[in-house]
Design a protein around this ligand. Structure first.
Ligand code: ATP
Ligand code: MG
Length: 227
């Protein structure tokens, strides 16, 4: 019989519940799981990518390419309060950029931090709408909202007008996030050189310090799934 003061052999002891290396009760662990799921739900990541990532994490589906998983590993391992700014780029469509950013978002939510996923054009049109006299929000409040999350994902960076004003807004936001040690992922359908030229030198230079441009050099997964 095992008395209260006797240690049971390790094999008989249930695995402890931990959150980021700290031992917690089962109840706290369950609550943290629910909080992470809620943060991920609120992040705005696209439903199709969310479903794919959940199935991939459960092991129901596999990545069609190892280099996709390697890119995810490089991005996730850099997210440690360094203010990394990554660009995920490919000339062709359907290479898994949005899905990879969504997987990174889930990882960040599980690390106890918040994420915002937004298309660049939607953010810019929201700011433009705030200039109307009858607008219910102002530009500063919107910028503050996008400065806050640990990870900001701006998708379809190439699908905007690329006016000087848009360049200034995005550059100010992303430089401030980088300087404040907050991570960002920028997604565009460009080659690396075009992306660096269009994003502007302030961001490009910061990306050399922490982060970088990752090119997805393979054909569309969409074409593959129709075969
Ligand atoms: N690693 C992967 N292995 C297999 N299929 C994948 C992988 N990543 C994404 N997919 C699938 O490929 C399709 C395209 O993915 P996704 O939308 O992320 O690509 P994208 O590069 O963002 O495309 P676009 O350039 O059109 O924005 C989706 O149906 C997705 O489920
Ligand atoms: Mg996409």
């Amino acid at each position: 019989m095992t008395t209260a003061h006797q240690q049971r052999p390790a094999a008989e002891r249930p695995a402890p519940f931990t959150i980021r290396g700290k031992e917690v009760s089962e109840c706290e662990w369950e609550q943290e799981r629910r909080n992470a799921a809620e943060r991920f739900k609120k992040s705005g990541c696209p439903a199709r990518a969310v479903d794919w990532v959940k199935a991939w994490q459960r092991g129901t589906i596999k990545s069609a390419r190892d280099d996709w998983a390697n890119h995810l590993e490089s991005v996730q391992s850099a997210f440690c309060g360094t203010g990394a700014t990554f660009a995920l780029v490919s000339e062709g469509r359907g290479t898994g950029k949005t899905t990879l950013a969504t997987a990174a978002a889930r990882h960040v939510c599980e690390q106890g931090a918040s994420v915002i996923f937004q298309r660049a054009a939607f953010l810019l049109s929201r700011i433009r709408a705030s200039f109307q006299r009858e607008a219910r929000e102002n530009e500063h409040a919107i910028i503050r909202e996008f400065l806050k999350p640990r990870l900001l994902i701006l998708d379809e960076m190439g699908e905007r007008k690329e006016s000087e004003w848009e360049g200034h807004v995005l550059s100010n936001l992303l430089c401030a996030r980088h300087d404040d040690a907050r991570d960002s992922i920028l997604i565009a359908n460009h080659d690396a050189a075009t992306f660096t030229a269009t994003v502007g030198e302030s961001i490009a230079d910061r990306m050399r310090e922490a982060g970088g441009v990752i090119e997805f050099r393979w054909p569309s997964f969409r074409a593959r799934s129709r075969e």
